[in-house]
Write a protein that binds this ligand. Structure first.
Ligand SMILES: [Zn+2]
Length: 218
C-alpha cells in the first residue's frame, strides 16, 4: 500500500466521519499526494534504451513514452468528429520517439514489443497505432524485446523501417561492436541480471555459455 492510499479514509472511516465520530483522529488528506515513480522505464525498456543510444549516437534525440495526442492531430473538417478521433489517441503512447536534435521534429517511433503484444486486445491496439503512424507518414519500427541486442541488427531494422529516408539522419553511425578475442565474431550487448553490476550492460560473446568472454560496454 502506498502512502497516498494510507491517508485516504476507508469506507468505515467515511461513515464515522459523517457521524462526526472520527474527524480528529483521521489524518489530513494531502493536497498533492504525488510520489516520484522509481520505474519510469521498465528493465526491458531501459536495456533497449541503452542499445538505442549506442546505435543512434548524436544523430537523434531519444524521447520515451510520448503521447500520440502530442504527436498527431485529427483533421476531418468536423469539430465533434475531431474530438472523438483525438480521444482515440490521447491516452496511447509510443515507447520511444526519435527526434531531430536541432528542431526536435519527430523522425520515427519505436515500439518495443514484449510477450504482451501477442494478446488479442494488445494486437488490436497495435494495429490501430500502426494505422495512425502510417496515415500521418511517420515511420514506426517494431523491435522485439530481447534479453540482449545486436546493435548492428537494431540499426538495420531502424533503417529498413525508414529512418535512413529522413534527411536529418542520412546515415546512422554504426558503432561497431568489438570482436570476441577468442572466437573472432561480433559481440552482443547484454545486461547483468544480478551481482554488484546488476542492471549494467556489457559486451558478451554470442557463443555464451561455451565462451565466457566479456568486454565493457562504452
Ligand atoms: Zn567468444
Amino acid at each position: 500500500m502506498t502512502k497516498a492510499q494510507e491517508v485516504r479514509p476507508g469506507c468505515l472511516g467515511r461513515i464515522l466521519q459523517v457521524f462526526g465520530l472520527q474527524t480528529k483522529a483521521q489524518p489530513q488528506t494531502e493536497r498533492f499526494p504525488y510520489r516520484l515513480t522509481d520505474k519510469f522505464l521498465s528493465a526491458a525498456e531501459l536495456s533497449f534504451y541503452h542499445v538505442l543510444r549506442q546505435v543512434i549516437g548524436e544523430q537523434a534525440v531519444i524521447c520515451s513514452k510520448v503521447s500520440l495526442g502530442d504527436l498527431f492531430y485529427p483533421q476531418t473538417g468536423d469539430r465533434s468528429q475531431n474530438t472523438s478521433y483525438r480521444n482515440k489517441i490521447d491516452r496511447k503512447r509510443v515507447d520511444f520517439l526519435l527526434c531531430d536534435p536541432q528542431t526536435m521534429t519527430p523522425l520515427m517511433g519505436i515500439e518495443l514489443d514484449d510477450a504482451s503484444h501477442k494478446r488479442t486486445d494488445r494486437r488490436a491496439r497495435d494495429e490501430f497505432v500502426d494505422g495512425v503512424f502510417e496515415a500521418a507518414k511517420l515511420p514506426l519500427a517494431r523491435v522485439r524485446a530481447q534479453a540482449s541486442y545486436a546493435p548492428r541488427e537494431i540499426a538495420t531494422q531502424l533503417k529498413q523501417a525508414g529512418l535512413g529516408k529522413s534527411p536529418a539522419v542520412a546515415e546512422v553511425p554504426l558503432e561497431e561492436p568489438p570482436l570476441c578475442p577468442d572466437c573472432g565474431i561480433p559481440m552482443i550487448v547484454r545486461t547483468a541480471k544480478r551481482g554488484p553490476h546488476q542492471g549494467e550492460q556489457f559486451y558478451a560473446c554470442p557463443n555464451y555459455p561455451d565462451c565466457r568472454q566479456i568486454l565493457p560496454f562504452p
